[in-house]
Design a protein around this ligand. Structure first.
Ligand code: 5RP
Length: 227
């Protein structure tokens, strides 16, 4: 098993019967989805799931999980997702968004009684933005004005291409993504500033949301708690 699979297995320990679980997006989250399907079958559990993207929704249904629509729930018991960057400070800081669906990911993470961010050691950084630009979900009519505003205080701010590079990345809700690099300042101020911009539907900085982070390094999983 690789570290992504090992950490996903460790997160299964937090799954309880008769709960609603939010599923994240990405390769690490996929291991969790597969593991959850096996656990439910082996232990005959009654668990319903919602997903943070169309792709995870399809994976969940294909794995045989009982899927409920996001607009049918007010809260979820547990949310498990991967991350692009994790800062292990007193309160765990997370950067997400290589999988586009920021509105849905932050909605589920915020609505969860327990939010667990899982990753391998490569995800640990000293500050958000070290390895990846900050993704911003914006609507097709707002992207140009939003880009112009953000350019006033960023280094780069570009519309994300799709994987084939022949078009643009489109979220589950038909939105676009701007990938932006900022001169590092206070991450909390940046997060607030971005949230206040009218064209920003959501951005990838997740502060004060994760309760726990599980990190796998060479087969060993360590647990970090937000204070
Ligand atoms: C999707 C995400 C992913 O969780 C993040 O990109 C990590 O992916 P992976 O587990 O494949 O490394 O934020 O928006």
């Amino acid at each position: 098993m690789n570290d992504k699979e090992i950490v996903a297995q460790a997160a299964l320990e937090y799954v309880k019967n008769n709960t609603i679980i939010g599923l994240g997006t990405g390769s690490t989250a996929n291991y969790f989805i597969e593991g959850l399907a096996k656990k439910i079958k082996n232990e005959n559990l009654d668990i319903k799931v919602v997903a943070s993207s169309t792709i995870s929704q399809i994976s969940a249904i294909q794995a045989g999980l009982t899927y409920i629509s996001l607009d049918q729930i007010e809260a979820i018991d547990l949310y498990v997702d991967g991350a692009d960057e994790i800062v292990l400070s007193n309160s765990i800081e997370v950067l997400k968004g290589r999988g586009y669906d920021l509105i849905r990911e932050k909605l589920l993470a915020s609505a969860s009684k327990q939010c667990i961010i899982i990753g391998d050691n490569s995800k640990i950084v000293t500050k958000i933005g070290d390895n990846f630009p900050i993704p911003i979900e914006t609507s097709p009519i707002a992207w140009k004005i939003t880009q112009k505003i953000i350019e006033e205080f960023s280094i780069n701010c570009n519309l994300r291409k799709n994987n084939a590079g022949d078009g643009f990345a489109i979220t589950s809700y038909g939105n676009l993504v701007l990938d932006c690099d900022f001169k590092y300042g206070d991450i909390s101020s940046l997060s607030k500033k971005l949230s206040e911009l009218p064209g920003v539907l959501e951005h990838g900085i997740f502060l004060n949301i994760a309760h726990l982070s599980l990190i796998a390094n060479e087969g060993e999983v360590k647990t970090y708690k937000s204070i």
